[in-house]
Design a protein. Structure first.
Lengths: 293, 264
């Protein structure tokens, strides 16, 4: 039982990061109807930016904020300079998805060029080795911080989407683009902001993943795939679904790793997804787009 | 009745809209909409009525290929839909263009987007006064409304933008006759309050009952125009659109062996 609680909590902590990655993917899917395969690489680029800032002796807070802005700027630049012109020329959805793959590869190359391929340890104010004991569960400072930071980010993002006018415009734009246009909502700007926010959430996840893993140009590949899986698990068009999907995936992974075998950690998580999708093809909280006259 | 003193609000001169660069949807169409009147565009399926409204609203990219659309003396063809909307042309599409997952109140709030004047609240009251049924449903998701209520919400939301020209596409589509009548009465009230309305409709009888002036459209062209009275008295319109007359020409079995030649 004690072990179970322990695995549950550490699963939630890592799962909350998957949730952040998944939210970024879902935001883009909902508003643009495309999958953003560059999400992981934008995150990597942002995290490396923080790494460089830290190496040049900036404080962690400054570096983190700068990394968020840097990641957001890359995503917004991609939207305005590549995706919008492509959409103007009637690019198909598949074509646009390939464009994100291209962006991902370009960023990967750039990160390798500027950051080197050697794994580096990421200096982080929270330590993995300071462990707190809460009841029967022991939690490292890092996991605790991860859990707090990602839940806070999710909550702030929820407030933004549900309670502000910007969020209202974002929901409207992603639901019915032509209607939003005819109401005079600046949809391009709103979509660009969505890209920026999605990338920002991704970079938050990257910043907390980097100290746990080692920082190299491919360190986001696995978390990106897990976030992707979490998004699909929750239903690709549901924001609460992304959060729930990420948490379930994290917990499933931790429980398998703990009780079965660490070798099965990744496979069983994905088996869970397959099972869920067999029963509910639209995902846990997803809704199929349906038409009604 | 249209009198020539009234200023023309929208003037369309021989526009051509193509789909996929080769299918003509609008074929050198011209029409004029004057201030403070209700204009109806009637026609059968596939005549290009919706395409006409979409072209005006700027929703068809790079269309019209040729011709000019002037709104209040300003050329607006090929502008982005956001720009057209900001000039005061509001388009209520056939599918009503609601945000289905958002509540009625949120839909209405989005109608006020970009407005900073102090009259937003009084406008909201006025609109809810026009469609009182929406008041009780403000927390409901738009997709849970009935068809007629959705149409009312769409028109209410459009009104909050204070349109100079309100373009409504088939407001009676899929509505029970009584509901359609309610929507049309509301349109008449809106027009009396000073908004110009361009109406596209298949239900000619309903449209001509409130319109001042009408255009009959077929295969991308205007084939006949006139005041509502002239049109409802026109023999061809009566037979083809209002389902009146022509009985003498029908055979005893109930069908005609030849197609009556139209005079346009």
């Amino acid at each position: 039982m004690d072990n179970f609680l322990q695995y549950l909590v550490s699963g939630l902590s890592i799962g909350s990061l998957y949730s952040l990655v998944a939210i970024g993917l879902v935001v883009i899917y909902r508003s643009n109807r495309i999958l953003n395969f560059a999400h992981g690489d934008v995150t990597t680029a942002g995290t490396f930016f923080a790494f460089f800032m830290l190496s040049s002796n900036f404080s962690f807070a400054v570096s983190a904020v700068a990394a968020l802005v840097f990641g957001a700027l890359i995503a917004m630049a991609f939207y305005f300079c590549i995706l919008v012109p492509a959409q103007r020329r009637d690019a198909t959805q598949l074509g646009q998805i390939i464009l994100t793959v291209g962006l991902g590869l370009i960023l990967q190359g750039a990160v390798q060029y500027f950051g080197g391929t050697e794994p580096q340890s990421f200096p982080f104010p929270l330590s993995e080795y300071i462990v707190y004991k809460i009841g029967v569960v022991s939690l490292s400072q890092l996991s605790l911080g991860t859990l707090a930071a990602s839940l806070l980010s999710c909550f702030l993002f929820y407030l933004l989407v549900q309670k502000t006018r910007l969020g209202l415009a974002m929901r409207a734009t992603s639901e019915n683009l032509p209607a939003a246009q005819t109401l005079g909502i600046p949809t391009r700007r709103i979509l660009a902001i969505s890209w920026g926010l999605a990338a920002g959430l991704g970079v938050v996840a990257g910043l907390f993943l980097a100290p746990a893993l080692l920082l190299d140009p491919f360190f986001m590949l696995e978390p990106f795939l897990k976030g992707f899986a979490a998004a699909i698990l929750g239903g690709l068009n549901s924001l609460p679904g992304a959060i729930v999907g990420g948490l379930i995936l994290g917990v499933a992974e931790a429980l398998t790793g703990g009780f079965v075998s660490i070798a099965f950690k990744n496979s069983l998580a994905f088996i869970v997804i397959i099972l869920v999708l067999l029963v509910r093809p639209e995902g846990l909280l997803g809704e199929e787009f349906k038409e009604r006259v | 009745m249209p009198d020539d003193q009234r200023k023309s609000l929208l003037r369309i001169t021989s526009i051509e809209t193509l789909y996929f660069d080769r299918i003509y949807a609008l074929h050198g169409l011209s029409l004029e909409v004057k201030e403070r009147e209700i204009f109806a565009v009637l026609g059968p399926n596939g005549a290009g009525k919706t395409t006409l409204l979409k072209t005006i609203a700027g929703l068809l990219k790079d269309q019209p290929k040729k011709g000019a659309i002037e709104f209040g003396g300003k050329k607006i063809q090929r502008l982005a839909p956001e720009r057209v909307a900001s000039l005061g042309i509001v388009y209520v599409p056939e599918d009503r263009g609601l945000f289905r997952e958002l509540t009625v109140a949120e839909n209405l709030e989005l109608g006020c987007w970009g407005r900073r004047d102090k009259e937003v609240n009084s406008d909201m009251e006025e609109v809810l006064g026009l469609f009182p049924i929406l008041k009780g449903r403000s927390k409901q998701q738009a997709e849970t409304l009935s068809g007629g209520e959705q149409q009312m919400l769409a028109i209410a939301r459009a009104l909050l933008r204070r349109p100079k020209l309100l373009m409504v596409d088939e407001p009676s589509l899929g509505l029970a006759p009584l509901m359609a009548r309610t929507v049309y009465d509301a349109l008449l009230k809106i027009s009396k309050a000073g908004t110009t309305i361009l109406l596209v409709e298949q239900n000619a009888r309903l449209a001509l009952s409130i319109a001042h002036y009408g255009y009959i459209m077929e295969s991308g062209r205007i084939v006949l125009e006139g005041t509502a009275k002239e049109l409802s008295e026109n023999e061809d319109v009566q037979e083809l659109y209002l389902g009146l007359g022509g009985e003498t020409a029908a055979s005893p079995k109930g069908w005609r062996l030849y197609k009556k030649r139209r005079r346009w």
